[in-house]
Structure formats: structure tokens, C-alpha cells
Design a protein around this ligand. Structure first.
Ligand code: ITT
Length: 197
């Protein structure tokens, strides 16, 4: 079993950082900013894997200690898998300010108006870099539906508009423990934990 590690999360998303800290609780998860590192990565890959690997590899080259990264997003069946890898930038282009999460949720709901197939799933591709020649990858999904309107205040991002039929609630209305059990990130982290253990 690998001993306790300090792992840097290649992310600027505090919502993700909270989830990683819960999911890999035998280790300490820190953000680049906590080490005085200004980390920005241009996510121009065409797949979750390309972006997650790119983020992890880039930060590993800077810090040379274990790094974890996730590229995640929401794929909506009726929108041909959109917003997908563009989930964080949905509705924004280079010339305009990035939309806030509530604005992105409103945009998604407006695009889903009068569409009866509401099936959607979150994807999380997670890459753990231990050193240059040792890395592990897990990719998982979390199936649900696009809600008719936003509900709930837990979680982050698209959680208020992601309805979980088995629970009759959105991902922002369930507790942390439930979300970790069901979520794309929870499932991927459990796979990577097996490597660590
Ligand atoms: P980093 O790249 O800095 O990690 P980010 O927010 O840009 O942060 P991604 O590029 O992976 O992250 O984009 C994923 C987007 O998909 C994210 O901004 C959320 O809006 C959404 N998302 C991913 N996982 C989610 C979850 O568990 N709940 C709600 N929304 C999620």
C-alpha cells in the first residue's frame, strides 16, 4: 500500500477540490494556489482523456510530486452529447466573459425547452500521475436527466439541473455522501484508490 501522500490537484475549481478531499481522504489534496503556483491549462483536447492527461502532465512537470487531474462534463442525449468537453465554457466564446454556473444552467434549460428526451450523463476522466513513467487513468459516468428547472444548493456546476430519477431529487439536493456514492467522480476516484491501496 502506498503511504500517505500530498497530491496536487490540477484544477482551479474549488467544488472539485472539496469532492477530491472527501474521496481520497487518506491523502491530502492541495490546489496549485496553495503552493503559490498559478496554474492555467488550455483545454483544447477533443476528449475528456486528452484534457485530463494534459492537465496532469503539465502540472507534474512543474511540481514533480504526485498530481491528480480530472476533466469532466455533462453530455445530453438530445443535444448530441453537448456540452460535453465544453461544459465549463458552455455558451461562452473567447471574446465574451465566461458564463457563471447559474447562467450556464439557464442556457441549458432554455435549449431543452419542449424536448421530452431529457436523458443525460456526467463523465469524469481522472488521471493520477505518480511520476513521469507511472500514471493511472479511470473514466466513469453518472446517469440522470435534465430537470425542468434548477433545484438545490449543494454541489457545484450543473448539479441543480441534474435530476436523479431514483432519488426524485437533483444532484444539488442530495447530500455529499450520496453524491459521492453515485457520481462519475466518486466512481473514478474509487477505481484509482484501488491502485493506491
Ligand atoms: P478545472 O479544469 O480547473 O479542473 P473546470 O471547472 O474548468 O475546472 P472542467 O474543465 O473539468 O473543470 O469542466 C467541467 C465542467 O463540468 C465544470 O465546470 C462543471 O460545470 C461541470 N461538472 C463537472 N463535474 C460536475 C459535477 O460533479 N457536478 C456538476 N457539474 C459538474
Amino acid at each position: 500500500m502506498l503511504d500517505y501522500m500530498e497530491i496536487i490537484l490540477a484544477s482551479n475549481n474549488p467544488g472539485k477540490a472539496r469532492e477530491f478531499s472527501r474521496l481520497l481522504k487518506n491523502h491530502t489534496i492541495i490546489l496549485p494556489a496553495e503552493r503559490g503556483i498559478d496554474f492555467e491549462y488550455n483545454e483544447n483536447g477533443v476528449s475528456f482523456l486528452e484534457n485530463a492527461f494534459g492537465k496532469a502532465n503539465e502540472l507534474y512537470k512543474l511540481v514533480k510530486i504526485p498530481v491528480i487531474a480530472d476533466d469532466s462534463g455533462l453530455c445530453v442525449e438530445a443535444l448530441n452529447g453537448e456540452p460535453g468537453v465544453f461544459s465549463a465554457r458552455y455558451g461562452s466564446d473567447a471574446s465574451v466573459k465566461k458564463l457563471t454556473s447559474p447562467e450556464r444552467n439557464d442556457l441549458l434549460l432554455s435549449r431543452m425547452q419542449n424536448i421530452s428526451n431529457r436523458r443525460a450523463f456526467f463523465v469524469c476522466c481522472m488521471v493520477l500521475f505518480l511520476d513521469t513513467y507511472r500514471f493511472y487513468v479511470a473514466q466513469e459516468i453518472f446517469c440522470g436527466e435534465i430537470a425542468q428547472g434548477p433545484a438545490g444548493t449543494n454541489g457545484f456546476g450543473y448539479d441543480p439541473v441534474f435530476y436523479i430519477p431514483g432519488y426524485g431529487k437533483t444532484a444539488a439536493q442530495i447530500g455529499d455522501h450520496e453524491k459521492d456514492k453515485l457520481s462519475h467522480r466518486g466512481k473514478a476516484a474509487r477505481q484509482l484508490s484501488k491502485f493506491l491501496e
